[in-house]
Ligand binder design. Structure first.
Ligand code: GCW
Length: 697
């Protein structure tokens, strides 16, 4: 414990104690490590005494070095600020300003917002500014979130397992809640607040009705109490058939008044326990989940009925568009658009439709979902996957910043210059209710996310949810500086490694727009040969359509015409192989193996080159990381080095297995000088991983 002196206006209160952070570099501190070991001299002056302002003050003491100028934390209503004539308009209720000012004759850094939450975000922004090399003098920063709901989706089950989670068991110990309030819950909220996340959906979208029973509401309420001062609201995923399972009703038909009444009563019960409860997230009529379609009602009927239940409490409904029907023979990439586009304008005004970034399912690369820009009368939330179900689980180093920004920056083609980010942040269609969801990669692992570099994906999601116009590289640099310290060589090297890492995964798992080539169930490792699963669209062969003559999914007019779901200019680009970006070529086109890509190579030669490039990138990351050995603490360095070695082995496995399979189909030789796969195809097919983590059950 350290003795600290705190300045409260003219009063000075000595001898208050704050705990120092744990010293081991095991990743627990995330990007929040203090810049200096001593906080003794740091002066903070807090004008106000809400719990949130106190937390903001503590953060500043914890993180800022003794020689930083004194800081004053305040809300706009504080009388002391009157004379400064600052502009708080436009900051909204979560924005902040940070200014070097003279207050009562003292030079200070003022951190202020319209609300104490704004001041808290400002405190974290000031820490970031100073810890990433920003000057301590003449500071003039202001920012407010462009997106209203910045929400993590936990796919956490009530038994403690996590669907597609690779960082250990669920953080929520449902069994000991609500009595035991694990300090990790506070640390979790603090980390989220530091990057601007303001909501969390506690349970899996593949929901059990049990989460709506009284004991589980009490457990959720305990978490909500812990998260509240950090500006974080709690949401729940709900099972659409809960009125039957819990309420004993005969139906869950959203048009049945008894069903609507059951949900209203349930919402009232939740709000009694959690007055600022955020609302519901719903996966309906998708992958076995019940929904309104079971009764011939529409997704809008279902969403609106739930929206009515939470409306008077200020709650909202996030209704997922991730649907593909059991029996629908239509190209899976088209089904969500076909189902939802006609419902534009039919949703209540406290409903957001939550759309995955791409039309299929969080693949290493997908073109942006055609619904963005196509439903102007409906707020569309974007859903990213932070956990790396398809990008190497926890072990592979794949920085997702470039994946997120590639989609956010994509032009929708609906209105001149309009990007997906414009749709998501409401600018394009003037929506006030806006949101971004990220499927969490957080678990009980000591380092929270399974690896140090996975923490960067959590961080990048939060930063982009606050401002979707940030660059992935700027975020990577800031993360590296906050995580590893100010050493220039470390920041440069780590940023370089990160920036190409997602593309490397694309390269070694299947480039040129190939997708969904993974093994069954657990989704770990390659399985491009899989063809025997019950539903056609569960099989990789459905997606790549490779045969002796060619490869790729024809989604043009001559095929499924998924291209037709995009707006004019974008559709025109994707309509022809020659104008389609090479990175999306086989997503939209079925082409002969001999097709000439831009540099004159055949498609086959190019594909092979991508596999080799992906593997080489990983080897190069190992080299780069090796060069940082003396500059990074031993624990995090060693774990990362080991994970890179695993990634190298698995990248080669992906490459070799895929090449062995493609050659069995196209009967083409490998280009001269290319190393043949280590084993024959039968060997790769025989690999089984029944205990791979994160499987659905
Ligand atoms: O990609 C699939 C995952 C499922 C997940 C589903 C979804 C929660 O493999 O595990 O279920 O997406 O997003 O609903």
């Amino acid at each position: 414990m350290n003795r600290v002196r705190i300045w409260l206006g003219a009063l000075s209160i000595p001898l208050m104690t704050v705990p120092l952070p744990a010293s081991a570099e095991d990743g627990y501190a995330l990007w929040l490590k203090p810049a200096a070991s001593s906080v003794r001299q740091m002066k903070a002056n807090r004008l106000g005494d809400s719990a949130t302002l106190m937390l903001a003050e503590r953060e500043l003491r914890h993180a800022l070095s003794p020689d930083a100028p004194p800081v004053v934390l305040a809300t706009a209503s504080s009388p002391s600020l009157k004379m400064l004539g600052l502009k708080f308009k436009g900051l909204g209720d979560e924005g902040y300003l940070i200014r070097s000012v003279t207050l009562d004759g003292r030079k200070v850094i003022l951190v202020a917002g319209n609300s104490d939450r704004g001041a808290l975000y400002g405190a974290f922004a000031l820490i970031r500014h100073l810890n990433t090399g920003g000057p301590a003098e003449s500071i003039d920063l202001r920012s407010s979130p462009k997106v209203k709901l910045r929400v993590l989706n936990h796919w956490d089950n009530l038994d403690g397992s996590v669907e597609r989670g690779y960082a250990g068991q669920s953080l929520w110990d449902w069994w000991t809640l609500p009595d035991f309030r694990d300090p990790r819950y506070t640390d979790y909220a603090r980390a989220n607040a530091s990057i601007g996340i303001n909501g969390t959906v506690l349970n899996n979208v593949n929901a059990k009705a049990d989460s709506l029973t009284a004991p589980y509401i009490a457990k959720a309420a305990a978490l909500a109490d812990i998260f509240r001062p950090w500006g974080i609201r709690v949401y729940l995923s709900v099972r659409f058939s809960a009125p039957i399972e819990l309420g004993g009703l005969k139906t869950a038909d959203p048009r049945d008044p008894a069903v609507a009444a059951w949900w209203r009563a349930k919402a009232d019960e939740i709000y009694r326990a959690i007055p600022d409860f955020g609302g519901f997230l719903v996966k309906a009529n998708s992958e076995g989940q019940p929904g309104p379609r079971d009764y011939g009602a529409s997704h809008a009927d279902g969403a609106n009925m739930l929206a009515a239940a939470v409306r008077d409490h200020g709650g909202i409904v996030m209704w997922r568009a991730f649907v593909y029907a059991e029996t629908d023979p239509e190209d899976r990439a088209k089904q969500a658009y076909s189902e939802f586009k006609p419902l534009d304008g039919k949703f209540a005004d406290n409903v957001l439709v939550q759309v995955k970034n791409g039309a299929i399912d969080f693949q290493p690369r997908e073109p942006f979902h055609p619904l963005f820009g196509a439903m102007p009368r409906t707020p569309l939330m974007i859903e990213f996957q932070i956990t790396k179900e398809y990008l190497g689980f926890a072990t592979h180093l794949a920085y997702l910043g470039p994946l997120f920004t590639e989609v956010l920056d994509a032009r929708t083609g609906h209105r001149p210059g309009e990007t997906v980010a414009d749709v998501v942040d409401g600018k394009a269609e003037h929506h006030k209710l806006t949101g971004m969801a990220g499927v969490a990669n957080i678990g009980r692992d000591r380092d929270w996310s399974g690896s140090t570099f996975n923490q960067a994906n959590w961080y990048a999601f939060g930063r982009l949810a606050w401002d979707p116009d940030l660059s992935a590289e700027a975020i990577a640099r800031a993360w590296a500086a906050q995580t590893f310290g100010p050493d220039r060589q470390v920041i440069d090297t780590v940023t370089t490694m990160m920036m190409g890492s997602r593309e490397a995964v694309v390269d070694y798992t299947g480039a040129l727009g190939l997708a969904h080539l993974m093994a069954t169930g657990h989704h770990y490792g390659p399985g491009p040969w899989v063809s025997e699963l019950a539903r056609p669209e569960w099989n990789p062969v459905y997606y790549h359509r490779a045969d002796a003559a060619g490869i790729g999914f024809d989604r043009t007019e001559s095929g499924s015409n998924a291209v037709g779901q995009y707006a004019g200019p974008v559709a025109r680009t994707f309509a022809k192989p020659g104008t389609t970006p090479e990175s999306m070529l086989l997503w939209f086109h079925h082409l002969p193996w001999t097709y000439r890509v831009a540099d004159g190579r055949s498609l086959w030669e190019d594909l092979v080159a991508h596999y080799d490039r992906g593997v080489a990138y990983v080897a190069n990351m190992q080299k780069q990381w090796g060069g940082l050995r003396d500059k990074i603490d031993a624990e995090r360095w060693q774990k990362t080095a080991t994970y890179l070695a695993i990634q190298n082995r698995e990248a080669q496995w992906w490459r070799d297995a895929s090449l062995a399979y493609w050659m069995s189909v196209n009967h083409l030789p490998l280009p001269a000088g290319v190393r043949p796969p280590e084993h024959d195809l039968a060997w790769y097919k025989a690999q089984q991983y029944p205990h791979a983590p994160g499987q659905a059950h």
